[in-house]
Write a protein that binds this ligand. Structure first.
Ligand code: URA
Length: 248
């Protein structure tokens, strides 16, 4: 029999933050004691409160600098407690190209900037290969804090981070968003697709005001480090981004 805390942590790690019915669906499977229902409801409410708080802070921010200050005051994401630094974002605040990754790794956590490790070096080279300078882009991640041991972020962690990412997009107002990997594309588009299905296809990200921004999913540089034969496809994707910008 798992104890209540273990069960709750199991749910949180699995991204469960909403209760859809009166009964815990997996109670039988897990042999969960009946008294776990109330604490799960509390955790769910904490998640909802954190997201509400995130949205409220975002509404108050009228510049990236203000948003960064609100992020510093925000304690609704448990990852902040284990991360060394907040990795807010880096680059030109008026960039035409916004690149979005998943989460900071160890190097980013140490330096407080996104994509500064091996993946970042490859990203820089790939951008340069099509004549795009990193300093002219804005780069950020879905999450602003490193998940311990680089584990996959939970649904709750993504959900509480999304309002901040969406506000960044509104404030930067880029012409094109490049989603690096499936997690970034899926979180922004609210879909669940493998990267093999959506890579290289233009999608439309809709801002809350109804405006649409072209979004191109491509491979994450970490994937390319493991599968260098796929680099040509990413290169073709970045050429598409260049073409889109020159036509706009
Ligand atoms: N991987 C990401 O998704 N983001 C980073 O900032 C670094 C590695």
């Amino acid at each position: 029999m798992m104890d209540v805390k273990e069960v709750l942590n199991w749910y949180i790690d699995a991204g469960v933050d909403v209760i859809c019915g009166d009964e815990l669906m997996s109670a039988n499977v897990l042999d969960v004691p009946a008294n776990v229902e109330k604490p799960v409801a509390d955790v769910s409410q904490m998640g909802m409160a954190a997201r509400k708080n995130a949205r409220q802070l975002c509404e108050k921010a009228h510049s990236l600098a203000e948003l960064a200050q609100y992020v510093e005051s925000f304690d609704g994401c448990q990852l902040k407690a284990t991360a060394k630094r907040t990795v807010f974002g880096d680059g030109d605040e008026k960039a035409k190209i916004l690149l979005v990754g998943e989460a900071p790794g160890a190097d980013e956590d140490r330096e407080g900037k996104p994509f500064v490790g091996k993946s970042g070096m490859l990203l820089n080279k790939m951008l340069a290969s099509v004549g795009i300078e990193r300093k002219n882009c804005y780069i950020t991640n879905i999450l602003m804090w490193r998940p311990p041991g680089n584990r996959t972020p939970t649904g709750a962690e993504v959900a509480v981070s999304l309002p901040f990412l969406k506000r960044k997009i509104e404030l930067i107002d880029p012409k094109v968003i490049v989603a690096l990997g499936a997690p970034a594309a899926n979180a922004l588009m609210n879909i669940e697709e493998p990267i093999s299905k959506i890579r290289g296809k233009w999608l439309e990200y809709e801002l809350s005001v109804g405006k649409k921004i072209d979004l191109l999913p491509t491979f994450h540089p970490a994937y390319l480090l493991r599968n260098p034969a796929q680099k040509a496809k990413s290169w073709a994707d970045l050429l598409k981004v260049k073409k889109k910008l020159s036509n706009s």
